[in-house]
Design a protein around this ligand. Structure first.
Ligand code: COA
Length: 170
């Protein structure tokens, strides 16, 4: 019996020319009912700001997710992390999160922060990566039907263990 080769995950830096891929993943990954997704113009606008970077994930060459982050002096923020449903639970999200942490550290950040909708199962991913809850913004997200959801602010201190993760980016 032959054994299939393991899928090859690769991370690549992205830019504004990758917006079609980013928006396809955005649409597949975020349910409109929660109001977490960004519009194309929001993504395009932020990509031009200093300190912002985009990371793309590909599995066997096909789009498998993206992460968007920014760093300002010694603080970094993970703005978006998304993996399309078909690619989930294979380690793509954690690999991108580790790479963002490594890159943030390389850019001089000591902490990585993020906002997450209260109740998002991504909480398990972030807890496993060492993030802790540091705050809450009531009714921060507004879904398509008008319902609102609190945002939980999570933070993680960056260590030299995160530095090696930046090297996974090709
Ligand atoms: C959150 C998200 C990026 C995770 O991507 P992923 O590639 O599936 O994550 P990983 O496979 O690296 O998960 C690593 C670990 O995190 C935890 N985890 C990830 N997704 C989980 C889920 N839906 N439920 C419970 N635990 C989860 C698990 O412990 C998992 O390890 P395991 O699969 O061995 O049990 C993806 O589900 C997603 O795009 N969700 C919609 C967009 C979103 O909410 N993004 C976060 C906004 S803050």
């Amino acid at each position: 019996m032959s054994t299939l080769p393991a899928p090859a995950l690769a991370l690549h830096p992205g830019d504004a020319t990758d917006l079609d891929e980013v928006m396809a993943t955005m649409e597949a990954a975020f349910a409109p009912s929660f109001g977490e997704a960004w519009t194309r113009s929001q993504c395009a606008g932020i990509l031009h700001l200093p300190g912002v970077w985009l990371l793309l994930a590909r599995v066997d060459g096909r789009p498998a997710g993206f992460a968007l982050a920014r760093s300002v002096v010694d603080e970094a923020e993970l703005l978006l992390l998304a993996v399309p449903p078909a690619e989930r639970r294979g380690g793509v999200g954690r690999t991108m999160l580790d790479a963002i942490a490594g890159e943030a550290l390389a850019r001089g950040a000591t902490h990585l922060h993020l906002e997450m909708r209260d109740g998002n199962p991504a909480a398990r991913l972030y807890a496993g990566a060492g993030f802790c809850e540091v705050g809450r913004r009531p009714r921060y997200y507004r879904g398509r039907d008008g319902r609102s959801f609190d945002a939980i602010t999570l933070s993680c201190a960056l260590t030299n263990d995160d530095a090696s993760a930046a090297n996974t980016t090709s």
